[in-house]
Design a protein around this ligand. Structure first.
Ligand SMILES: Nc1ncnc2c1ncn2[C@@H]1O[C@H](COP(=O)(O)OP(=O)(O)OP(=O)(O)O)[C@@H](O)[C@H]1O
Length: 457
């Protein structure tokens, strides 16, 4: 009776596995086969890689059952191994034994990679007594992905879903309390797609408002952001005067918020209460940032005027980055050019998060990510050359040591245009949400040319 019962349980389990296998796509099927092979060979492989222990002390049962005078044989203990799979490979949870812990697994990682048929294996501590061994058969960095924005408001405020790391683990960054982010990379390396994603994921929330300065275009109807302007309360192109007016307007907004914070929020740090429709997080995107900050050299009157404007723009953006965090202002600066004048170092150095897509030279990588990237040659964005690495960035993650390499997904202009259109009704100038205090009145009194930007509210 028991045999029949066990037989039927086994048969049902087998059928479930066969159905799962048949329904899986090619990548998942390969991972299922890989996981089965790994489980099957583990008992032999573990001792060969010194991932097993020898227990010389006989158990009570062994002592009782051994014939008189004969010493029971030492036992070989093999760690437990539970293997899951995903499209990229396997995630194994392995037990630790006396003398076999995280360090031993990490030492064995290259051999595990060979034995398991993986391009890369990483070992991290899970709970005490267990490690997680992540093996990827396909390289997640060179496997392009696509993200379709859901159109739903995000669950968490200011959580930036970036993509996956080299072990296909999701990478997110918490942008609460973050005043600035820099994004650098050669033309066509994936910067716009990254910002498209951020905008289209956050646009369904009425607690976020966007403004943009795009140094690559002249009007709001051209370029990478043309399809997103519906969801922006302000947009300026490459005109230095327009950009200067926008930056001034946002600095005034910051000051007006400082004046209103006590009465509206009950605190002088917006992140204590979080963004809301009445006090939204203001995201200022400055693309092709060098357009607004670059040094103009020449002795004629117009060049001098532009040089003064560029210097003032840098000061205004520095103000927003240095003082805007607690008032709910986040600045994202993107540039193709990675030199000190593209994003002035005094701005770059106060942006806690930096990403860089492919770069041509190590100097450009340092300009984008700071000196520390020299200590992490594997993550150097100079290595991200060629079409396979379009959409791959190196990043200094605030909660992980060193630099991560991230495969960001493609977000098409059409998908983000749909979201911008669906959420256009949420667009609101954050200045209009403040009470009509003298500071707010000051905000209203912007000179006429500040109001004349293509989308100025
Ligand atoms: N994450 C990605 N995955 C796959 N392909 C991508 C990704 N991001 C961008 N691409 C491809 O590369 C092209 C250029 O991307 P994108 O416009 O984002 O680059 P960029 O760095 O903003 O360039 P530029 O500095 O010239 O504006 C896109 O049209 C798309 O085909």
């Amino acid at each position: 009776m028991l045999a029949v019962f066990l037989g039927s349980v086994f048969a049902v389990w087998g059928v479930v596995w066969v159905v799962r296998y048949l329904m899986a796509d090619t990548a998942h099927r390969a991972s299922i086969r890989q996981a089965v092979r790994i489980r099957f060979r583990w008992k032999r492989l573990a001792p060969m890689l010194k991932l097993a222990s020898t227990d010389k002390t006989p158990t009570l049962m062994a002592s009782l059952s051994s014939s008189e005078g004969k010493q029971p044989k030492p036992r070989t203990l093999v760690p437990t191994l539970k293997v899951r799979h995903d499209a990229f490979g396997v995630i194994a949870r392995a037990g630790c034994l006396p003398g076999v812990g995280l360090e031993e697994y990490q030492k064995a990682a290259p051999y595990l990679a060979d034995a398991w048929g993986c391009t890369r294996v990483a070992v991290t501590q899970d709970t005490p007594g267990h490690v997680v061994v992540r093996g990827v058969r396909l390289d997640p960095l060179t496997t392009p992905t696509r993200h379709r924005p859901s159109g739903r408001a995000p669950d968490a405020a200011a959580r930036w879903d970036l993509g996956v790391d080299e072990y296909a683990q999701p990478v997110t960054v918490d942008l609460t309390q973050v005043p600035g982010v820099t994004v650098a990379g050669l033309p066509g390396s994936g910067k716009t797609s990254l910002i498209n994603r951020l905008m289209s994921d956050w646009a369904p929330s009425s607690a976020v408002q966007f403004a943009c300065a795009d140094g690559k275009v002249t009007t709001a109807h051209e370029g990478d952001y043309a399809h997103l302007v519906e969801r922006m309360f302000a947009f300026v192109g490459d005109d230095l005067d327009d950009a200067n007016a926008l930056f001034k307007r946002l600095v005034k907004l910051r000051r007006a918020r400082v004046a209103a914070a006590g009465s509206m929020l009950g605190t002088n740090d917006m992140w204590q209460v979080g963004p809301s429709p009445s006090w939204p997080l203001v995201v200022l995107i400055i693309d092709e940032a060098h357009t607004y900050f670059r040094d103009h050299r020449g002795s004629d009157k117009e060049t001098k005027r532009l040089a003064a404007l560029a210097a003032e723009n840098a000061r205004l953006v520095e103000d927003l980055v240095k003082k805007g965090r607690s008032m709910g202002i986040l600045v994202i600066l993107a540039t193709q050019k990675s030199t000190g004048d593209a994003i002035p170092t005094f701005i770059r150095d106060v942006c806690p998060i930096g990403l860089s897509f492919a770069q041509k030279t190590s100097d450009a990588a340092v300009a984008a990510l700071g000196e520390d990237i020299r200590n992490w040659p594997d993550a150097d964005p100079v290595n991200l050359q060629g079409p396979a690495y379009v959409g791959v960035a190196a990043m200094n993650h605030p909660t992980r040591p060193g630099f991560l390499r991230i495969r960001t997904p493609l977000v098409t202009g059409d998908d983000s245009a749909t979201i911008a259109h669906q959420t256009a009704h949420l667009t609101q100038d954050p200045a209009t949400l403040l009470p009509r205090t003298p500071d707010r009145i000051g905000l209203d009194k912007t000179p006429p040319d500040e109001e004349s930007g293509p989308l100025a509210a």
